[in-house]
Design a binder for this molecule. Sequence first.
Ligand code: CA
Length: 222
Amino acid sequence: MSRRTLQLDDALLGYVQTHTAREHPELARLREFTATHPRAGMQIAPEQGALLQLLVRLTGARRTIEVGVFTGYSALAVALALPADGRILACDVSDEFTALARPYWERAGVAGKIELVLAPALATLDARLAAGAAGQYDFAFIDADKSNYDGYYERCLALLRPGGLMAIDNTLWSGRVARPVDARGDADTAALQRLNARLPDDPRIDLALLPIGDGLTLARRR
Ligand code: CA
């Protein structure tokens, strides 16, 4: 192991957040609203939103995919970074959670960029592949049920163009990926460990695993 340079305590994390995220007012309102939600932990961190926006702009993305919308913070961040003709295929199964997102998307003026499909994402992505959309997308963000991450990864990789970028959230899983899965069996941790274990050997991608938020893996299709 190389030398550790940073211990990210609360003070330093707060410093990172106040010195990186220039949140659109609707992003800030949505984050504050979602913080009161019982499942608030499913929302990405503001510094991750800033990174997603930068990555969308760096890749010149126009067509993007989101797997796992929750209350819509990441979709709003990506939509704000897309050009006027940019589009997000947003996949989720929860009408209850995604309904909370729409007023924020509308007030920010980007609702027209977000095509929300309420169905299991594997089926939605398979339908796009069957319709000939392989290689047609520029960017994908995966942040949904961990047991299906392998399936989301394979489908998004097929849908991305060469040079397209995938971002996968929660790949450090509060540090649990670095510990043995206990005897009771933690299916989510095991699924993340399997994905993390095979990505470094996948010749189809360039790879970086960032300790930002709960761990964010970046995979660029070669
Ligand atoms: Ca997440």
